[in-house]
Structure formats: C-alpha cells, structure tokens
Design a protein around this ligand. Structure first.
Ligand SMILES: *[C@@H]1O[C@H](CO)[C@@H](O)[C@H](O)[C@H]1NC(C)=O
Ligand SMILES: *[C@@H]1O[C@H](CO)[C@@H](O)[C@H](O)[C@H]1NC(C)=O
Ligand SMILES: *[C@@H]1O[C@H](CO)[C@@H](O)[C@H](O)[C@H]1NC(C)=O
Length: 413
C-alpha cells in the first residue's frame, strides 16, 4: 500500500499541470529608456491587459528598470510589431512558456542524482509530518488553521525543543506560483536539522531559537498551480464577482489595508479581499503570531523573483524606527549570501526599493512589534522568473542559508 502511494506521489510530481496550457505564449523583457517608452509600455498594458511578472503592475513601470511581462501567442505578434515600429529594444526570454514550464523539472537519469526537486502539497505535508516524527528533539508540528478549501496549515517548529526560547517566524509560498519559496523552506528545515551538532553556528542558533516554519502559506493556490494553472498567485476563495477567484494574501493583512488603486478589484492579481484578514489563511497566521508575540523576534517572508532583501515599510515612504539596524543586518546578510556563488542582491525598504505595497504580512508583523522583519525575493533576476529550473534549487538554498544564519546571529547576541 505504502509503495503504491509512493508511486502515485512520484507520478503526480513528475506530471506537468493539465488544465491551462501556455503554448507559444511569450515572456518579454524590456528596459524602457525614457518616459516616452514607459508611456508606451503602460499603453500596451492598459489596452491588452498584459500579465506583468515584474513589476507586478504596468503602472509601476519606471525608466531604466527591467520590465518582464507575459503575453499570449496572438498578442505577442502584435507587441513585437509595435515595439519594432517604436524602436524600443526588447528581448523574448521564453518563446514558448509551456516548454519553460515543462523544463523546470529535471528529467530522466538526472532526476535520480539527488538534485533538489519541487514538491507538490501532498509530498510537503508528508515530509513535514515525517520530520517531526523522526526528529522529536529538534522538530515539532502544529496545525495553525485551515485553508479556504479545508487543507491543514502546518507549521514546523525547528530548534532545540528544550532550550530554545526566542522565535523566528518564516513563511513561504504566500504567492502560489513562486515555487522556489516553498522549496527554500523545505531546504532550510532539512539543512538546519542535518547540520545541528555538526556546524557550530547552526548548533548555537538552534539551541536558542525556534524557527516557526510555514512551508506553504497559500496551500489551495499552490495545489492549483500544480493541477490547473501554473501562473496562479492568489488563494482560491470566491469573490463577489462570479468568475473571479482569489484574494492576494499578501495584501490582506490589517496594515494600511486596501490602500492602493486596483487592490479592490476582485479580478486583479493583487485583490486585497473584502476586509482586512478576510481570508482564513491570513487569520490563521495572525492568530498564531499574536499568541506567540512575546517570543517572536523576527518575521521572514520568502518570495520570488528579483534577488532583493527588503524590510519595512512597504506602505509608506518613511524610514522604519530601527531603519539603521535593519539596513545593517540586510547588508551583512546580502554580503554573506554573495560570498558563496557571487549572487548579487539589492537591499532596502520595500517602498523605495520596488514599489508601494499595502496590507503585506511583513509590514503587519513589524507593526505588531516584531522589529526584525524581512522579505526575500529569491532568484533569479528574470531569465527564468517563476520558472526557475529545479537544478537551481540547491545553489539558491545554500547561499540563502548563509543570509539566514547572518540575520539569525543578530537575534541571539
Ligand atoms: C484592524 O486594525 C484597526 C486599527 O488598528 C482595528 O481598529 C481593527 O479592529 C482591525 N481589524 C481587524 C479585523 O483586526
Ligand atoms: C503559539 O500559538 C499557538 C497557537 O495559537 C499556541 O497554541 C501556543 O501555545 C503559542 N506558543 C506560545 C509559546 O505561547
Ligand atoms: C566570484 O567572483 C570572483 C571575482 O570576480 C571570482 O574570482 C570567483 O571565481 C567567482 N566565484 C564563482 C563561484 O563564480
């Protein structure tokens, strides 16, 4: 029976989402050089309703920053003609998005070589339970709530269960399509447990800190990206418009909630929900955090992509009260990360480094009193975007571990 189950899981994990296909759809990169070029890109967006990967919305496009958007096959022909006519330089990163989706997975014999893989929700849940079962001194599991579709939300508490007092909350997978994020959370847990008692720094960290790891925040959305639509971002709850589903959980927190134009449109990719904390997933996390507030010293959220390390605020253009400290920690984390494979990250407050974001988990946690709150935008810078291949997981994990250890070291001094 167990064997059969195992085969099912392997079959599921190797299959490519059925449902929505992306044949001949394209990913464009454009770096607009002038205000005129920006205006043109924005015009393309409003007339064609493009799917922006970076920045999140066409209206956040600015001169000299890289723009990445996805367009279907028909739109793409027209866009290419228009960009050429306007003499705007562009690059097509994916000529066939469907192939890019399929190419994320390492295939055949390569797969057996022990590369890290992306795992679907069933595998992640089984893994979480087996970690807590096999390593009771270093790991325990709590169910903090249920998703809209009724899936259990699981937090792994990693650290010396006897001696560790202070806590760090880590959330991955709040945006469903950012698959490298849950992959990092899994890797973080595995590495922490594997190196405890061997690596001096990790041993010291786990003896005094409990890492509360939520490997997948938006489980329903994540399941949907495996079964139906690889590019899904929000949760899967209905909205007041029949054909539009999902709340962006990272806009649903009670901090300057719904403060930005478009966040109140249910069909938008960043719909903030009909009230702050309206999503059951958000409620589960806020309740858990409030109940553990006295011990929690840091809150870290993992996203992709862009190679950024961000900290509050996202909702206002002001320095946080401990800005200097946050900046110092972020810079040292980015430096540690760079030391392994030369991967470059930019750090800074969300608002001024990327764009305004209202209702985000990290601003909310910060406002609740968790003074060390950070957001990682994991690799890459856009050549793969959300379709980062599996063979990049290991390197991403190892370098990001260095940044995490650096941040955590500030909490135990
Ligand atoms: C959101 O925050 C406001 C102001 O702090 C508070 O009055 C309100 O009750 C909060 N709403 C929820 C759902 O927690
Ligand atoms: C943390 O929150 C959970 C769920 O709300 C609760 O069961 C647990 O007792 C809290 N832990 C501490 C140390 O307060
Ligand atoms: C990182 O960059 C340095 C200096 O440019 C170079 O010597 C080194 O080989 C690079 N390391 C890797 C892993 O790419």
């Amino acid at each position: 029976m167990k064997l059969i189950l195992l085969f099912c899981y392997i079959a599921v994990s190797l299959s490519v989402p059925r449902g929505r296909r992306f044949d001949n759809e394209k990913l464009f990169h454009v770096t607009p050089k002038s205000d005129d070029e920006v205006k043109f890109i924005k015009h393309l967006d409003t007339t064609m309703k493009l799917d922006f990967w970076k920045p999140k919305y066409g209206h956040h496009v600015t001169p000299k920053t890289k723009v990445s958007f996805h367009a279907d096959a028909q739109q793409s022909k027209l866009i290419e003609a228009l960009l050429t006519q306007e003499r705007i330089e562009y690059r097509i990163v994916f000529h066939d998005l469907q192939k890019a989706i399929e190419n994320q997975f390492t295939k055949g014999s390569e797969r057996k070589k022990g590369f890290s893989h992306y795992h679907d929700w069933n595998e992640i849940a089984m893994w979480a339970y087996s970690v807590s079962l096999n390593k009771p001194k270093l790991a325990s599991i709590v169910q903090i709530g249920e998703t809209y579709e009724g899936r259990p939300m699981l937090v792994l508490k990693i650290g010396n269960q006897k001696s560790a007092k202070k806590g760090v909350f880590i959330e991955c997978g709040i945006h469903a399509r950012e698959w490298i994020s849950p992959a990092f959370c899994q890797c973080f847990v595995n590495e922490a447990i594997r190196t405890y008692g061997k690596d001096k720094a990790m041993t010291k960290l786990l003896d005094s800190l409990i890492f509360h790891v939520l490997p997948v925040f938006n489980i329903d959305g994540y399941v949907f990206t495996w079964t139906t639509d690889r590019l899904w971002r929000k949760n899967r709850a209905p909205t007041f418009i029949d054909k539009c589903f999902g709340t962006d959980l990272n806009r649903n927190f009670n901090i300057s909630w719904n403060g930005i134009h478009f966040d109140d449109e249910p069909c938008s990719e960043a719909y903030a929900g009909n009230a702050p904390e309206s999503a059951p997933e958000t409620q589960a996390v806020t309740t858990y955090i409030r109940n553990n507030l006295s011990s929690l010293k840091a809150f870290i959220s993992f996203h992709s992509f862009s190679q950024l390390l961000l900290y509050p605020y996202g909702y206002k253009d002001e320095e946080a009260p401990n800005h200097k400290k946050l900046d110092q920690i972020a810079k040292s984390a980015v430096k540690a990360l760079h030391s392994l494979y030369n991967t470059s990250y930019t750090s800074g407050p969300t608002f001024s480094t990327i764009y305004p974001v209202c209702g985000s988990s990290v601003d909310w946690a910060y406002d609740e009193g968790i003074k060390y709150s950070f957001v990682f935008e994991l690799p890459d810078e856009g050549d793969y975007g959300f379709m980062l291949p599996e063979h990049e997981i290991e390197q991403t994990c190892q370098e990001t571990m260095l940044a995490m250890k650096q941040i955590a070291s500030y909490l135990i001094d």
